[in-house]
Write a protein that binds this ligand. Structure first.
Ligand SMILES: *Cc1c(COP(=O)(O)O)cnc(C)c1O
Length: 467
């Protein structure tokens, strides 16, 4: 038996004369996966092994499932690389990163039409999920303080929202012990009605959630109507219930496509808005925003005051250490593009999405559930009597590299199965055409596919179809 030591020595010798990285021993042996090995390996070998393994991931450019940005300019990438080694939370060590957060919060508050103030409050987060948690926590605290000051109970907070919310809303309710009052969906109705909201609110409602661009169909909740209801309720019953708008996708779209539509701080009960910088803020994953209407809407109890910066920028986050690269990349986009640049890009995205929606509608195979009316999301359902399902199409498209999810809708619309396509900046008209042709070919192939039958033996007995 060769000793381990001798083996290692032999291996090392071999590596010295290896003509290429691939002929070093790391490529002829198992790679440590679940147990850390004693010895490491050369940087080139480790890089190549991991690089090659990740080729099995999907191609982000063909990923029509994700809302997340998959392309940024080289200059943005350069800034990201330059700032990868900065911990955002160290405000005194990296005061300019903190200053940039403040600038972006101010830009967004104004983009969302907040009443003019000296300094707006909000925070950069990992994504909309953290931003939503922070917004809702603030409202829970405000509600608690109000109840306390009136000598009312503070043990039964509830939150009113639709079944169209993203999972993070349910997470918030469970993690922070707030009763979720969920308005169910039903086939044909994928957002909420103001009447449903009216039935569910009471003095213990910390907040009403309204979605601007739902994850499921891209639909929108009637925010202005909910606001008007809450104005009335406040007058009549004294319950001052805020709205948190989940603008994960919509908040970076509506200001550029439909500036007249009131969904934001122009409505007095909208007290906080979240936006995903990494969705249509056009920044790579790891960037979200929560913005408050007013300093009053962010209770002091949950605010971490950065007084060594002059006390102007209160911040609060759920986690501590985090990179500042994506925050900087977001600022790059805002500087580089300006409103005109965003308008132009969003217009192109919406144009391509609506073009694809028209083609899908015209091809006659689908019922359109949504056609990129507000955000560039298209969802389709199979027509009645179709021989295959949206799940079959999703699987078939994967053969060409396209990632298009198929799923069923939340309660009580579980019987509806849809295929969803999210159009992003790098999905050009040319790509739309390529995708559409592949989709039609996938359907044709599925038309021809006969259900598999087990081969029959001479005696007429079925043989196991094992290969
Ligand atoms: C994506 C999304 C979220 C979650 O946001 P992240 O930025 O991924 O954390 C929440 N709500 C809606 C409507 C979304 O589309």
């Amino acid at each position: 038996m060769v000793s381990e030591k001798a083996d290692l020595k032999k291996g090392k010798k071999m590596d010295v004369v290896a003509p290429s990285t691939y002929s070093t021993r790391y490529f002829g042996e198992d790679v440590p996966k679940y147990v850390m090995s004693e010895e490491g390996m050369p940087a080139k070998a480790a890089y190549q092994l991991i690089h090659d393994e990740l080729n099995l991931d999907g191609n982000p450019s063909l990923n029509l499932a994700s809302f997340n940005t998959t392309w940024m300019e080289p200059e943005a990438r350069q800034l990201i690389m330059e700032n990868l080694n900065k911990n955002f939370i160290d405000h005194d060590e990296y005061p300019q990163s903190a200053e940039i957060e403040k600038r972006v919060v101010n830009m967004l508050a104004r983009l969302f039409n907040a009443p003019e103030a000296k300094s707006f409050v909000g925070a950069n987060t990992v994504g909309s999920s953290e931003a939503i948690m922070l917004g809702l926590l603030a409202h829970k605290w405000t509600w608690k303080n109000r109840q306390k000051s009136r000598g009312r109970p503070t043990n039964k907070p509830n939150i009113v929202m639709g079944g169209d919310v993203h999972t993070v809303w349910d997470k918030f309710a469970r993690y922070f012990d707030v009763e979720p009052r969920i308005i169910p969906l039903k086939p044909g109705k994928y957002t909420i009605d103001v009447k449903d909201v009216e039935k569910l609110i009471d003095e213990n409602t910390i907040c009403v959630g309204a979605i601007f661009g739902t994850t499921f169909t891209g639909g929108i909740d009637p925010i202005e109507k909910i606001n008007n209801l809450l104005v009335k309720v406040k007058k009549k019953k004294g319950w001052d219930i805020p709205i948190h708008v989940d603008g994960a996708s919509g908040a970076f779209i509506l200001p550029f496509t439909n500036p007249k539509m009131k969904w934001d701080f122009r409505l007095p009960h909208v007290k906080s808005i979240n936006a995903s910088g990494h969705k249509f803020g056009l920044t790579y994953p790891g960037c979200g925003w929560v913005v408050f209407r007013d300093t009053k809407d962010m209770p002091d109890d949950i605010v971490f005051k950065v007084n060594y910066l002059g006390g102007e920028m209160p911040t609060f986050t759920l986690n501590f250490s985090r990179g500042s690269a994506m925050l900087i990349a977001q600022y790059y986009n805002l500087l580089r593009l300006g409103k005109k640049g965003y308008r132009r890009i969003i217009k192109t995205i919406m144009g391509n999405a609506q073009y694809l929606a028209r083609k899908l509608s015209a091809c006659g195979r689908f019922n359109m559930v949504s056609s990129a009316e507000y955000i560039p999301v298209i969802t389709v359902q199979m027509k009645k009597g179709a021989k295959f399902s949206v799940f079959d199409i999703s699987a078939k498209l994967r053969e060409r590299g396209w990632i298009v999810p198929a799923y069923t809708l939340p309660p009580n619309a579980e019987s509806v199965a849809i295929l969803r396509i999210v159009v992003k900046e790098n999905f050009s008209r040319d790509m739309v055409e390529l995708f559409y042709n592949d989709l039609m070919n996938a359907c044709k192939a599925l038309d021809k596919q006969k259900p598999m039958k087990a081969p029959v033996t001479k005696k007429g007995k079925k043989k196991d179809n094992i290969c």
